[in-house]
Design a protein around this ligand. Structure first.
Ligand SMILES: Nc1ncnc2c1ncn2[C@@H]1O[C@H](COP(=O)(O)OP(=O)(O)OP(=O)(O)O)[C@@H](O)[C@H]1O
Ligand SMILES: [Mg+2]
Length: 255
């Protein structure tokens, strides 16, 4: 069972002016091209502070590219991304951001605990208790000293989540965090996300899975590098005049 400590145990920075921003993330007219591929074509969206925001779209829609722009791993060709009130890229704000990439980026020869400690140190957190707590939260205490190369896929995902949350970020960005994990762990991940969210953490999560989308406060439908529609699940279904989010997506894709 994944548990979450209370916010009072947080090691993250005290609120600053950036925390006053109404939107945790804004993307404005973002363009990004890779050679002849136009990954983002003038995409704009905003993630309200405190929300769980779902980025939904098919393979190649541009979700990962947008997320990479949010964490400053790529620089848009045009347009701008702001995170917690700060124009990206900006290294300093990353201490308040947690990022779980689509493919776990872990050190295979290091143990679970060593990986989490490394990511904690990168964010300026050196407390052993914080590392142990993050490992415990994803239910990996018994495997804390196992090298990552000996873990199952789901355990790697858990380790990656621990790395993304160990420094108690105010904004958590998760790129398809539940792909390839079993239904029980998927439910546990979502319970974990919702509890973090209840503590005030803003969450951006990309997914193809529509039942996960139902759990988000707000959704952005993305296709071919553009935002097709934005709203909560009920609102998007109502606007499309459909019973399901899949049908709503197809409706907006055709308009
Ligand atoms: N580094 C790169 N070099 C070349 N092309 C890239 C690069 N990164 C992304 N692309 C291209 O940009 C487009 C958008 O890719 P992106 O990874 O953002 O999609 P996605 O929505 O995350 O898809 P998926 O659901 O499969 O993860 C694709 O056509 C992809 O091939
Ligand atoms: Mg992707």
């Amino acid at each position: 069972m994944i548990a979450v400590p209370t916010r009072t145990e947080s090691t993250s920075a005290p609120p600053d002016t950036a925390s006053q921003a109404k939107d945790a993330v804004t993307a404005r007219d973002v363009y990004k091209r890779f050679g002849t591929v136009h990954a983002l074509r003038g995409l704009s969206l905003s993630v309200p502070a405190g929300a769980t925001y779902g980025l939904l779209g098919p393979n190649g829609a541009g979700k990962t590219t947008l997320i990479r722009a949010m964490v400053g791993l790529i620089r848009p060709d045009a347009g701008a991304v702001q995170v917690l009130g700060v124009p990206m890229p900006d290294r300093a704000i990353l201490s308040q951001v947690g990022y779980m990439p689509q493919a776990p980026a872990l050190y295979e020869d290091l143990s679970v605990r060593q990986n989490v400690a490394f990511f904690a140190a990168m964010a300026g957190v050196y407390a052993a208790a914080a590392v142990d707590a993050a490992v415990a939260l994803v239910d990996l205490s018994e495997r804390a000293h196992s090298p990552v190369r000996t873990l199952s896929g789901g355990m790697r995902q858990r380790t990656s989540l621990a790395c993304a949350t160990v420094h108690r970020p105010r904004l958590l960005i998760l790129d398809e965090p539940t792909v390839g994990i079993d239904p029980q762990l998927r439910v546990q991940f979502w319970e974990h996300f919702r509890r973090l969210n209840a503590q005030g953490v803003t969450i951006v999560v990309s997914s193809h899975v529509m039942d996960e989308a139902e759990r988000c406060d707000r959704l952005g439908f993305i296709q071919a590098g553009r935002l097709l529609a934005e709203g909560d699940a009920a609102e998007l279904r109502a606007r499309a005049g459909t019973d399901t989010l899949e049908e709503a997506f197809l409706h907006f894709a055709e308009v």
